[in-house]
Design a binder for this molecule. Structure first.
Ligand code: GDD
Ligand code: MN
Length: 384
């Protein structure tokens, strides 16, 4: 993106008597990611109305096709108040991706991100906005600066995990803010727009990702707030956040050269090798099958295992189910069979050039893995 935004002329196409005076767009977009938050969003909307008096704002709910009435409630609010919009995403899942899409749908000067469950203090928003107006790029609602507080909002275990992750982020990625795990922040929309293409849509650490993905150091202020108890419903984050966090660290520490998905795919592949060997052993020693018959069955077991594990873990945001699961499995078999040919081809070629057997074997396996990864990414788990 150009750093000097151009202004585009827009010619009015309606007849003069149909032309009403234009209403200026909002200065602040409040992006609210939602997953089954029907009972919370009216409470949050009321709180925003009270907190943002005198500010030209809008509320953008980004919902991942909640099973409760979140979307219906949002539509009702939007019908009553044009400042409310709801973006319903289907076939995609994940807090980070939802937040990025919400930010990109804004044309305001500033974008704030706040949870739907009232854990974040909406009364901080005007101060965040005025920090941005006075030159900051990013204003963070922080539990760890003086006056901020984290206890209460989280279980002891979650607090410990959050603190540990903060220390790791600071050590590994050199992030200096005190609460990079916060889900509550405001950023200049222009800044967000420049960074957006580099952000991961997986996982949930959007703020940390924003900070480490900026191409120049951002001017950041941290403002204290007290992390409150969730209003209604339950937290959506589970133990998979640990994996997401590790993936983000790896990707950013390697300058985006190693993706978390590829690493997950590789780990699943290793576990598949173990499955293969166990099944082979059982079939030969237990069921007394011939080697080649046992080897074929073992290979199918391993592929089935790999598919199921990748679908549940590596691609949980694009998880296939029902008939799509079966279709996915069949394409996975097909791609991996070709991958096996690529594996053997490369291994034989390397071996033929006088390399060690293990160098040749490893080169073949790596080639097979890269092939399987690259092709299944677009064939098996293609985006809707
Ligand atoms: N669209 C969408 N898609 N929204 C989601 C998803 C998703 O996959 N997962 C969660 N959300 C929404 C929830 O509905 C809620 O509004 C918000 O994201 C935060 O989810 P919670 O389930 O309430 O998370 P938490 O309270 O355990 O953790 C929060 O606080 C932490 C500390 O500030 C999150 O904001 C974390 O990112 C943050 O680190
Ligand atoms: Mn919460």
């Amino acid at each position: 993106m150009n750093s000097h935004p151009r202004v585009f002329a827009t010619a009015a196409t309606c007849a003069p008597d149909e032309m009403a005076a234009p209403v200026a767009g909002p200065e602040l977009s409040v992006v609210v990611p939602t997953l089954n938050e029907a009972d919370n969003i009216v409470i949050l909307y009321d709180a925003l109305c009270r907190a943002l008096v005198g500010i030209n704002w809008e509320m953008i709910l980004v919902d991942d096709d909640s099973r409760d009435d979140t979307v219906a409630v949002a539509r009702t609010l939007a019908a009553r108040d044009r400042r409310v919009r709801c973006l319903r995403r289907i076939g995609r899942r994940g807090l980070a991706g939802a937040v990025v899409e919400g930010m990109l749908s804004s044309s305001a000067f500033a974008v704030a991100v706040i949870d739907a469950d009232m854990q974040h203090d909406e009364q901080l928003l005007p101060q965040m906005l005025s920090e941005l107006r006075s030159g900051a790029d990013l204003a963070i609602g922080s539990r760890h600066v003086d006056g901020g507080q984290a206890i209460g909002g989280f279980s002891q275990l979650r607090s410990m995990a959050s603190n540990a992750a903060t220390q790791v982020a600071r050590g590994v990625l050199g992030v200096h803010v005190l609460d990079p795990m916060s889900g509550f922040f405001a950023i200049r929309r222009g800044t967000a727009e420049v960074i957006a293409p580099r952000l991961s849509t997986q996982g949930f650490k959007v703020l940390l990702d924003v900070i480490v993905s900026a191409d120049h150091p951002l001017k950041i202020v941290e403002l204290p707030y007290v992390f409150r108890l969730r209003q209604r419903g339950r937290s959506k984050l589970d133990s998979s956040v640990v994996w997401d966090f590790a993936g983000l660290l790896l990707a950013k520490a390697s300058g985006d050269r190693i993706s978390a998905r590829f690493l997950a795919f590789g780990l699943v592949g290793l576990s598949g090798l173990a499955v293969h060997l166990v099944v082979l052993n059982v079939l030969m020693s237990g069921a007394m099958l011939r080697f080649d018959a046992a080897q074929i069955l073992a290979a199918f077991s391993a592929m089935t295992w790999n598919f199921a594990a990748n679908n549940a873990f590596t691609y949980r945001d694009l998880r296939l189910s029902g008939l799509d699961w079966v279709r996915g499995l069949l394409t996975f078999y097909a791609v991996c069979s070709i991958g096996a040919l690529a594996n053997v081809g490369v291994a034989s070629w390397v071996y033929g050039n006088d390399a060690n057997w293990w160098v040749a074997g490893a080169a073949g396996a790596l080639m097979g893995a890269v092939f399987n990864y690259a092709v299944t990414a677009s064939v098996t788990w293609r985006r809707a």
